[in-house]
Write a protein that binds this ligand. Structure first.
Ligand SMILES: Cc1cc2nc3c(=O)[nH]c(=O)nc-3n(C[C@H](O)[C@H](O)[C@H](O)COP(=O)(O)OP(=O)(O)OC[C@H]3O[C@@H](n4cnc5c(N)ncnc54)[C@H](O)[C@@H]3O)c2cc1C
Length: 301
C-alpha cells in the first residue's frame, strides 16, 4: 500500500511526485511517456531559462531531480482505477497497485491538423506549426501567420495573435468556419483575412508551411492549430470525479476533486495550459494530499 500514486509524468506529475517524496511519503508514479512538453522544440516562455530549453531537456532535468528520491517510477499507462478503502486500486501492466490517495496529472492531447506524423513533427520542430499562442506568440511578432480552426476557438485565437502581427489569416480544414456575422465583421475590422475554402493538403517547405486550399496555395511562416484537445480525465471520471463539458476535471482551491483522496493538477484541470501553472497546481495538490492523509490519521507509521 503506497501513501500516494501519481498518474502522469509530465511537469505536473513529476512536481507532485517530488513534493510527495520530500514529504517522506511512499510514492508510486505511472507515466505513459507522451507529455505535451516533449513536443516543445525550445521554449522561451519557461521562467527563468534565458537561453530557452527544449521540452525533452526540461523533462529530463525534472526526472533526474526526482531520481534522487526513493520513488517507484513505472513507464506504463494506468489502464483502470477503482476505489478500494482506504484509497484506490490501480491496474498497471496487469498488476494491481494499492494506494491511499491519487494525483491525476494525465494532461490533454491536442487535435492535430490533417498531415502525416512526419510532416507534423517536422513542422513543429521548425516552428512552422504551433499550438500555444500564450507560449510562443512572441516569437511570431511581425511574421505572416494563419490560424486553423472553427467557431469561437478560431475567433479567439486569431484575435489574440493579431496583437503580435498584422498578417493574420483564419481558415478551417473543412472550409466551414462556423463564425457568426459579428465575429466575421470583428475579424475584418482587425484586418484579419478569412478564407472559406477547404484545405487539400499542407506541405512543409524550408522556413514556410504551404497550405493548399480551394484552387490556390498560401505560404505562412507559422500556422497555429486551434482545433481543441482531448482531455485525459476518463480514469478520474470513472470513479465519480466531476468534469466540465470539455472533460476538464473540476477541483477546489487545494486541487481536490469531489472524490475523497483524488486530486488533479496540470492541463487535465481547466485553466491556462502552461508548465508554470502545472507545477504550481501540483505543489498545491501534493501538499493538500499530505495534510489530508495526516488529518485522516493515515500517515502514522
Ligand atoms: C508545441 C507545444 C509548445 C508548448 N510550449 C510551451 C511553453 O513554451 N511554455 C509552457 O509553459 N507551456 C508550453 N506548452 C504546454 C505544456 O507543454 C503543458 O502545459 C504541460 O506539458 C502540461 O503538463 P502536464 O503534466 O499537465 O501534462 P503533460 O505534460 O501532457 O503530461 C501528461 C503525462 O501523463 C501521461 N498519461 C496520460 N494518461 C496516462 C495514464 N492513463 N497512465 C499513466 N500516464 C498517463 C502522459 O503519457 C504524459 O506523459 C506547450 C505545448 C505544446 C504542445
Amino acid at each position: 500500500m503506497y501513501d500516494a500514486a501519481v498518474i502522469g509524468g509530465g511537469p505536473a506529475g513529476l512536481t507532485a511526485a517530488l513534493y510527495l517524496a520530500r514529504f517522506r511519503l511512499s510514492v508510486f508514479v505511472a507515466d505513459g511517456a507522451d507529455s505535451r512538453a516533449s513536443l516543445i522544440p525550445r521554449t522561451h516562455n519557461q521562467p527563468f531559462w534565458p537561453e530557452g530549453i527544449s521540452g525533452t531537456d526540461l523533462l529530463e532535468r525534472m526526472r533526474s531531480h526526482l531520481a534522487k528520491y526513493p520513488v517507484q517510477f513505472v513507464r506504463a499507462e494506468v489502464a483502470e482505477m477503482r476505489q478500494a478503502e482506504p484509497g484506490f486500486e490501480l491496474l498497471v501492466k496487469g498488476a494491481r497497485v494499492h494506494t491511499k490517495a491519487v494525483i491525476i496529472a494525465t494532461g490533454v492531447v491536442n487535435r492535430r491538423p490533417r498531415m502525416s506524423d512526419f510532416d507534423h513533427n517536422e513542422a513543429l520542430r521548425q516552428g512552422l506549426l504551433r499550438y500555444c499562442p500564450i507560449c510562443d506568440g512572441y516569437e511570431i511578432t511581425d511574421r505572416t501567420i494563419a490560424v486553423v480552426g472553427e467557431g469561437d476557438r478560431l475567433y479567439g485565437e486569431a484575435k489574440f495573435l493579431r496583437s503580435y502581427t498584422s498578417e493574420v489569416t483564419a481558415f478551417s480544414e473543412t472550409g466551414s468556419l462556423n463564425l457568426s456575422k459579428e465575429q466575421r465583421k470583428a475579424l475584418g475590422e482587425m484586418g484579419i483575412e478569412v478564407l472559406d475554402a477547404p484545405v487539400h493538403r499542407y506541405r512543409v517547405r524550408e522556413r514556410a508551411l504551404e497550405v493548399w486550399l480551394g484552387s490556390g496555395m498560401r505560404k505562412f511562416d507559422s500556422v497555429y492549430a486551434a482545433l481543441g484537445s482531448k482531455v485525459r480525465s476518463s480514469l478520474a471520471v470513472a470513479v465519480g470525479a466531476k468534469a466540465t463539458d470539455e472533460g476538464c476535471l473540476v477541483v477546489d482551491e487545494h486541487q481536490r476533486t469531489c472524490v475523497r483522496g483524488l486530486y488533479a493538477a496540470g492541463d487535465v484541470v481547466a485553466g491556462v495550459d502552461q508548465i508554470g501553472h502545472a507545477i504550481g497546481q501540483a505543489a498545491v495538490a501534493a501538499t493538500a494530499l499530505r495534510n489530508d492523509l495526516c488529518e485522516r490519521a493515515l500517515l502514522l507509521r
